[in-house]
Design a binder for this molecule. Sequence first.
Ligand SMILES: *[C@@H]1O[C@H](CO)[C@@H](O)[C@H](O)[C@H]1NC(C)=O
Ligand SMILES: *[C@@H]1O[C@H](CO)[C@@H](O)[C@H](O)[C@H]1NC(C)=O
Length: 920
Amino acid sequence: MRTNCFLLLLLFFFLFVLSFLDITTAQIPGFISLDCGGQNNFTDKIGLEWTPDNQIIYGIASNISVTNETRQQYQTVRYFPADSRKYCYTLNVKSRTRYLLRATFLYGNFDNNNVYPKFDISMGATHWATIVISDANTIESQELIFLASGSTVSVCLSNATTGQPFISTLELRPFNGSIYLTPFENQFFLSVSARINFGAENEDSIRYPDDPFDRIWESDLVKKANYLVDIAPGTDRVSTKLPIDIGKDEQPPQKVMQTAVVGRNGNLTYRMNLDGFPGYGWAYTYFAEIEDLDPDETRKFRLVLPGNPELSKAVVNIQENAQGTHRLYEPGFENISLPFVLSFKFGKTADSTQGPLVNAIEINKYLKIGDGSSDGAVAASLVSGYMSLDWAQEGGDPCLPVAWSWLECNSDREPKITSVKLSGKNLTGSIPSDLTKLTGLEQLWLDGNALTGPIPDFTGCPNLKIIHLENNQLTGDLPSSLADLPNLSQLYLQNNLLTGDVPSSLINKNLVLNCTGNVNLRKGGSGGGHNRNIIIGLAIGAAALFLGFIASCVLLRQRKKFPKTDPKHAMPMTNNASTEAAQSFSLSELRNATENFEKKVGSGGFGTVYYGKLNDGKEIAVKLLENTNVYQGKKEFANEVTLLSRIHHRNLVQFLGFCQEEGKDILVYEFMHNGTLKEHLYGPLARERGIKWIKRLEIAEEAAKGIEYLHTGCVPSIIHRDLKTSNILLDKNMRAKVSDFGLSKLAVDGTSHVSSIVRGTLGYLDPEYYISNRLTNKSDIYGFGVILLELISGQEAISNFGINCRNIVQWAKMHIENGDIQGIIDPALGNEYDIQSMWKIAEKALMCVQPHANMRPSMSEVIKEIQDAILIERGGDAAARERSSDEMSRQTVLNMGSLDLCANDQDLSIDESFSRPGPR
Ligand SMILES: *[C@@H]1O[C@H](CO)[C@@H](O)[C@H](O)[C@H]1NC(C)=O
Ligand SMILES: *[C@@H]1O[C@H](CO)[C@@H](O)[C@H](O)[C@H]1NC(C)=O
């Protein structure tokens, strides 16, 4: 209570200060620089005026505890609970003006937890970006260019998947004139992906005051800036002190245009990562001739983009195009499809004497503006009447990306509000008429307030089912229009000051009606006292309760008949689980099938595998477990095999049954004709018929789907714990399936890790798991990252990579981070691969083997990347276009996977292996 008042006071104070500031700080018109978590106003070294963000009533201001960063605005953050809500900043803007919006995040271990947060930011109803902190000392930054369509914009933080959402600064910069005008600006924001100053004098970026709009131009000397690599030999840096005419369009700062790179050998090449791509983007180059060319010299060059030959036709002649030296020429693409890893080249034409020159480039991605909820305007008007109350200050779209805490919305593309829950919120005055405009409203809870005046006409909300208006001071008649609400089933009006007669239409309606405690309310025209009203209330209420009781009984009975409605119960982890679901083989049957354990086909950490053939001709793999102490008792073994028998997925080796006789523990699987991936990569098989890159990608995709299913398709989820190339098996058709998953323990439902003795294979072992003994499915991601590196390089996880390096992760990391991917590509692949798909996989692999588990991607993110790489291999730049439809079909497959594969006992009979009659 006291803090509430204090916050309110603060709020008023800052509202006052802010409005005061509006008038007095005319120095940089329209700039808003919020120092989140800060305490005081201050002006920084470059002249930006920072204000604290105390006007936001949510979140906690905190100092960061580690950093090399000295700027004051980065010493504090504001952080928010990691709950299901969103936390929003609302900024004032001028409609029909273009702005640059920048949000930055320096974690700095503010919570002394060293848990790197991951969360989403949105602007209004539009998902803006996912912020992934991967280092306590690195500032993450996101920029958006937009055309304001109203008088405010909201930036919201939500959906924390690790750590707590936080923010360091929020910066708003207006542009003038037609800077960044695009034909798409009413449907798309521009999300800034790369803004690079070539030939920069040092590693510092250039911003305000050199750039009056405070864009940040990254120095090309900083590697981390878009990961700029593959620079052509003969690339020279040049600069001038002479002024540059920067034109009227995007107006890159003069300081940026005064430096450039020149390709002395005739070429400039770069490869860079484009955050947010693949997708459609806005890509412009900024050229100005800043070298003194002799009159007989020429500089003419073309842009070369792989897969876009038509773009290479245009010839750039800066001096001619700009009509002079030291003048801007700004060619670009208003809408171009770009990949995540962009390689580009400027190559001189045959008749040019000089190599190409470039001063700067800028690439922005088109970000589709979310439609927002259809009740947005009504909701805004509703809360505007209560701006001093907490619940009215949540900000942003009422439903997107998540609903305000007191609302529920449906899941339409433009969601509608279905519930308003404002019980006991100290509402005064009359019932807001805006509520009657919520056409999708089903539940209205306004009980326990101090509302006065009459009940309005709710016929505008035909879906209303439940209305709670009890315990207010409502007056007037009970409107008969309430009876016209076709779905109304509960109406609570007790303890108000209602008068007149209860309309007979309401009494005759089949609903729970409670109007007790309204002293002057009478039933119908018959003049009954209020005692009768109580009876009406009770009687109708009781009847409805009774009906409800009967309904729930019927429902319960139906549930009993169909016990498989809750997927959580599909795989019970109880000690009394029986082995009914698993096929039991007799030892003699297996002896027969394997010719007395003659044909050994492999051996792994858990035992030896034999080939066998059942009487009906089905080929099987029989695994004789060696370390039977893994399963101390019959019961535990039975539990394990029961679980195994319930896991079905086309990319998991199928478990057929088990045998436990004469002290032997035996597992029976389908036989996989083409052996292990390991044999195909390194064994004699590899030399005979090595597998091509596209096939390797397909194998990776299939294996990844199997793993993803273990992680997300089963409840509780399953951690494999021992992923390696010898656990990826290939069937007759070279389709990959993951094996040995059965021997992993189940992840404990609800928590993110299970602790047990460290088990795994050297070279694939997650270092974090090794140190902490905390096992999560991110340990599998590490193992899978190693497998991806093996697929790229054809090198074993542990082998001799040269001086002091026996580990594929260190070796590959060194090469990839230096931009030298050629150094690790398997020579056996020849040149039958597209370098872009190779980069994609290499970079994802490095993400997978990050030392910190929470920085590793999920299996589904990895699958997406592999699928993109496959598309690149199959169809060049059709990839980006196909991607969205592909994503959809993947979704469908996944859903189907969960349906038919994590099925419970009843469904097993449809599986051929279980319909086969056999001994029990
Ligand atoms: C860009 O071009 C593509 C393909 O022609 C089109 O689908 C898209 O709507 C255009 N605009 C944007 C902003 O993506
Ligand atoms: C409502 O007002 C009362 C009295 O002023 C106060 O104690 C209570 O905390 C308020 N409730 C809410 C939800 O604001």
